[in-house]
Design a protein around this ligand. Structure first.
Ligand SMILES: [Zn+2]
Ligand SMILES: [Zn+2]
Length: 152
């Protein structure tokens, strides 16, 4: 949920022993090509002609599987029909509906850490968006430490 397009952002994690670096990221806008495959929009979105013409079908994030030592795409949102920057008013309606829902007795405590429960499509292992203190699969001695954070 949001107003207008979202900005991609990412965080780099580095092993404190061997220096191996992994970068997880989120809010990658995508569209689907004629074969239905996910294609990443250029970021920032305002520069992407496809974002203007094909719209945004949804967003994915890139999460890490330590067992495979690979990044995996996890779709976090996918819309029935592609969205365009000009659809802002629809998004606003959704926002108002959500606020109404929250005000109707549901606990409104803000959850700082949203739960991230996804498994690797290849090995079935747990995927991680935060790698802090996760053991490094390369040297098997070190731990990942959070490094740079970027926003497109
Ligand atoms: Zn390491
Ligand atoms: Zn895996």
């Amino acid at each position: 949920m949001g107003f207008g397009y979202r900005c991609a952002s990412g965080t780099r994690y580095k092993c404190n022993v061997c220096g191996y670096m992994v970068e997880t990221s989120e809010n990658w806008a995508f569209y689907r090509n004629v074969k239905g495959r996910i294609k990443t929009h250029m970021q920032p979105l305002c520069l992407s002609q496809w974002a203007m013409e094909a719209g945004v079908k949804g967003y994915y994030q890139s999460a890490y599987c330590p067992a495979c030592d690979r990044l995996r795409k996890v779709i976090t949102d996918e819309y029935e029909t592609p969205r365009f920057e000009s659809d802002k008013h629809k998004w606003f309606d959704e926002f108002v509906a959500l606020i109404k829902k929250l005000c109707n007795g549901e606990p409104s405590e803000p959850s700082v850490e949203r739960s991230f429960e996804h498994t690797c499509p290849a090995c079935g292992g747990k995927l991680y968006e935060h790698l802090d203190k996760l053991s490094c699969p390369r040297c098997k001695k070190g731990l990942f430490k959070m490094g740079d954070h970027w926003v497109c």
